[in-house]
Design a protein around this ligand. Structure first.
Ligand SMILES: Cc1cc2nc3c(=O)[nH]c(=O)nc-3n(C[C@H](O)[C@H](O)[C@H](O)COP(=O)(O)OP(=O)(O)OC[C@H]3O[C@@H](n4cnc5c(N)ncnc54)[C@H](O)[C@@H]3O)c2cc1C
Length: 460
């Protein structure tokens, strides 16, 4: 039987607890409108308070859900009436910025944007970025090994984490707050927790790697005639910029039209008639030299018929407008009820995979709408499929049609959003039985009572 708010408050008189209407009104996962039925939200103020709470929950077999910004897209923080949500919202400080070591020490609940703003004031950059930057927390990003807009150059969240502090299910505080780039002294335990979606431990603090803030970023927006041209352009820009290409985002015509047609507020910067649109960014020492290189690359790409039209953002306002189109994913809610996918497929197989998958979907669900966009430079795309029904069997059938061909094309059911609740049934398509068995052994080792995010990723 689960604990009550009264029992928790009696045990921890100073703990901040939200229940009743304060808790029920909260949306627990992006795009999910069901009311929160959890026991409530516990909001510890520091690691010691969180550790004592977890120890008590473990002793009382109380399942908990780690909650950050609740922006995940896989139902990872959806709760049952038995669950207690432990939120990091009161553990959100940027504790230290060390400009010599080029690290930032943050508490797990710090929103990404807050960290960006703090380190940029010191001329440094945390090279992780995503559309939910105002709300997504560092703890949530570490726990999902978030990707985002600059993975092509800087890697995923895993590559930004130097050290971690984690509280285990039994309340043990494991401090591994490493600050150096190289540390091969035994197992690098932090990697077990990065990307484990809160099922192995609760992240409380982190040391993150910083880089020099690039003096200048040039943003290109290009229209292309074909998928083949998109792949060739990626290599053309990467080669031509000698590794300073930091972003290569692609919108298929379907997504571009969606975000540049009312009720969307965005206006199309280029005609809506092209097959593909690329938002690319490259960094450099100053505007003049970076833009000159960009122009040169556009010219040579046009000569090779890779680009049909294009522009370079002239200032920050134009850059913001281009990013606003890319990030306007709320428009996909026009398709509701819908199914959202976050898959990876090697670039060399992407076109064949999409052709086969679309043909299967068209046969089973003629007339459904679909949009495609994503971090194609990382082999990662997002698909949104209109389902016209919330019936679970229909949803499942659509999911099968999207996921099952992935094996053949060496893809994965989750590129960056994780598994949560929504992809559990399809995890076996991307992991071998041996891998799954080892995941379950690790879960059993770290959380033998299965209190941490119970039922997420797989059933332990
Ligand atoms: C507009 C928008 C754009 C997005 N773009 C991207 C993108 O480009 N790339 C990408 O990868 N994702 C993207 N996402 C998904 C989402 O933002 C990320 O998954 C993000 O990392 C979640 O952070 P959060 O703080 O909201 O975590 P939550 O949603 O609160 O939690 C996510 C998972 O982490 C666990 N968790 C949270 N905090 C902790 C903690 N301190 N310790 C242990 N476990 C914890 C939760 O239990 C859950 O399993 C986007 C979402 C939106 C809404």
């Amino acid at each position: 039987m689960s604990l009550s708010i009264e029992q928790l408050q009696a045990q921890f008189p100073n703990l901040s607890l939200l229940s009743g209407e304060d808790s029920a009104a909260r949306q627990l996962s992006f795009g999910r409108n069901e009311p929160c039925t959890a026991i409530g939200f516990a909001r510890p103020r520091d690691t010691a308070e969180l550790a004592a709470l977890l120890k008590f929950c473990n002793e009382n077999d109380q399942p908990i859900i780690a909650g950050g910004g609740l922006t995940n897209m896989v139902g990872a923080t959806l709760a049952t009436p038995d669950d207690l949500i432990i939120s990091t919202e009161l553990m959100a400080a940027v504790e230290e910025i060390d400009t010599e070591d080029r690290v930032v020490v943050v508490q797990a609940g710090a929103p990404l944007q807050t960290v960006h703003d703090a380190v940029e004031e010191q001329g440094l950059a945390l090279e992780a970025d995503l559309g939910a930057r105002g709300t997504a927390t560092i703890g949530g990003m570490i726990s999902t090994n978030a990707g985002g807009n600059r993975v092509l150059r800087y890697g995923m969240m895993r590559e930004q984490v130097l050290g971690l502090e984690v509280v285990l299910a039994d309340g043990t505080i494991m401090s591994s707050m490493n600050r150096v780039l190289k540390n091969n002294a035994g197992y690098d335990l932090k990697h077990l927790f990065i990307g484990s979606e809160g099922t192995l431990g609760f992240v409380t603090r982190a040391v993150l790697r910083l880089r020099e803030l690039p003096p200048h970023t040039t943003t290109l927006f290009l229209a292309l005639p074909s998928y083949d041209a998109v792949c060739k352009l990626l290599r053309h820009l990467d080669r031509g910029t000698s590794g300073t290409l930091s972003t290569f985002e692609v919108s298929w015509n379907s997504y571009y039209r969606l975000v540049t047609t009312p009720p969307a507020e965005g206006k199309p910067p280029l005609s809506q008639d092209y097959a593909f649109y690329v938002l690319a960014e490259m960094t450099g020492q100053d505007a003049a030299s970076t833009e000159a290189l960009a122009l040169d690359l556009i010219e040579t790409a046009t000569e090779q018929d890779l680009i049909a039209d294009g522009l370079i953002a002239k200032n920050q306002a134009e850059r913001d407008k281009l990013w606003a189109l890319r990030d306007d994913i709320g428009q996909v809610l026009q398709f509701y009820p819908m199914a959202a996918f976050d898959i990876s497929v090697p670039l060399s197989h992407m076109a064949d995979y999409l052709e086969e998958m679309k043909a299967n979907l068209d046969r089973a669900f003629p007339g459904h709408r679909m949009v495609i966009f994503g971090h194609l430079g990382d082999s990662n795309i997002h698909l949104i499929v209109e389902t016209k029904s919330e019936d679970e069997e229909v949803m499942h059938q659509i999911e099968r049609l999207v996921y099952e061909p992935l094996q053949k094309y060496k893809g994965t059911v989750s590129a960056e959003h994780g598994v949560g609740l929504l992809k559990k049934d399809f995890l076996h398509l991307s992991r071998t039985p041996e891998e799954l068995a080892m995941m379950k052994q690790l879960k059993n080792l770290f959380d033998p009572k299965n209190i941490l995010n119970r039922g997420k990723i797989f059933d332990a």
